[in-house]
Design a protein around this ligand. Structure first.
Ligand code: GAL
Length: 398
């Protein structure tokens, strides 16, 4: 019953975010609409094109999908924050479809946007379309766009650190000690898709953190799935993650072998894995399940003990950093490290880590942090969440 309630609340939250993102023109594509017409008209346009302070400059925003909570949040926060700063904004959502995202971006370019902010469905598929962007500055948002020399900046979180936090959580929670090889625990990994440049960083951050314990035999991967490719989950799909875990449980754990940890790179996959564990796992121990994002449904699972932690990313801050960066670029400046002084959120300026195949892309990387059942209140402190009974929901006055 509690779970049902949590799911209903999560759905209501996604719907309310989607609703707050729509504008008077009301032309947003709904990802759940798979009709051909969906590809044609994917933009939300702000009515405000008369701002004096910004000279009516137009911001083109291309988001990957509405099907995951976080991208609804990103699209909404970006739109709200840029509009509040006086810009005209167009937001598109690509239904996780690379062709649609290329169309979306081509349309934004044709509409004469002054800057492009893009969270790629697949970072490797946009270079041809972006070759037509000419002088329009491009910010890769959250996910790096690969093999395109038109990318000016990258705004994201420290992606490797996300995996490190997940791995460290496992070490701390199980109290692992490299000098004590008398104990061993079973762990399975669920990663994101190979098409998302972030996914490898998440996986490697976790794997590198745990590697010594695996080598020592303290952590054992019964399935033998040890590489990113073996653990990858297409489109970060909850259903695929669930099916993969069901198969792993059937093949390696149905004989009573105990599963101790399911390390999942993000919340949408953690949702599926937690589901598989509750229906298909024979053991009675609590399995440590990690995640990332802090989606409402996963926060409910953390309350209910079905997920153990999530690595939280404040995407309102990510939108805020993107706004400050875009303002500087639109004023004709070339921001670098000193931009950090103008940011409200803690971030690092990185000119080493993210090479997109054409060279290093200067990056602003925000700081993720670990959320468990013990510090959910810290989410309320962000102003983005509030309690509704035992569960967190999106704050109504966001
Ligand atoms: C990643 C993103 C994560 C997660 C995932 C699935 O690129 O960094 O926060 O949301 O996509 O959407």
């Amino acid at each position: 019953m509690k779970k049902l309630l949590a799911l209903i609340m999560a759905l209501a939250m996604v719907l309310s975010l989607a609703a707050c993102g729509s504008s008077s023109s009301d032309t947003t594509t709904d990802d759940t609409d798979t009709s051909a017409a969906a590809a044609d008209d994917t933009t939300e346009e702000s009515a405000d094109d008369t701002s004096a302070s910004t000279g009516g400059q137009k911001i083109g925003i291309s988001m990957p999908t509405k099907s995951l909570e976080r991208w609804n949040r990103d699209g909404t926060y970006l739109q709200e924050q840029f509009e509040a700063a006086g810009y005209e904004v167009e937001v598109t959502y690509a239904d996780n479809d690379t062709d649609q995202q290329n169309n979306d971006i081509a349309n934004l370019i044709a509409d004469g946007v002054d800057i492009l902010i893009i969270a790629a469905v697949d970072g490797d598929t946009l270079s041809q379309t972006l070759a037509d962007a000419g002088d329009i500055p491009v910010i890769a948002y959250d996910r790096l766009i690969m093999n395109s020399d038109t990318i000016d900046y990258y705004v994201s979180f420290d992606n490797y650190q996300v995996g490190v936090l997940q791995g460290q959580y496992v070490i701390d929670t199980l109290g692992l000690d490299l000098n004590d090889t008398s104990v061993s625990y079973n762990i399975e990994f669920t990663a994101g898709p190979t098409s998302d440049n972030n996914a490898g960083y998440f996986f490697n951050g976790a794997m590198d953190t745990l590697q010594d314990y695996i080598d020592a035999g303290i952590l054992v991967i019964q399935s033998g799935k040890t590489t990113f490719e073996q653990c990858a989950t297409n489109e970060w799909s909850t259903d695929t993650a669930m099916e993969n875990m069901q198969n792993t449980l059937a093949s390696y754990y149905s004989d009573g072998t105990q599963l101790d940890v399911a390390l999942c790179s993000n919340d949408s996959t953690a949702l599926g894995v937690a589901q598989a564990i509750s229906t298909d796992y024979a053991g009675s121990n609590t399995v440590i399940v990690t995640g990332q994002d802090g989606d409402i449904a996963n926060l409910a699972n953390i309350v209910d003990g079905l997920q153990t932690m999530t690595v939280y990313k404040n995407v309102s801050d990510e939108a805020g950093v993107t706004l400050v960066l875009a303002q500087e670029i639109l004023e004709g400046n070339e921001p670098a490290e000193e931009l950090l002084d103008s940011l409200d959120a803690e971030a690092a300026y990185d000119t080493e880590s993210y090479d997109n195949g054409t060279g290093i892309i200067p990056s602003y990387l925000l700081v993720p942090w670990t959320v468990t059942v013990d510090n959910l209140e810290d989410l309320v402190s962000t102003g983005l969440y509030e309690w509704d009974g035992d569960y967190l929901v999106s704050a109504t006055d966001e």
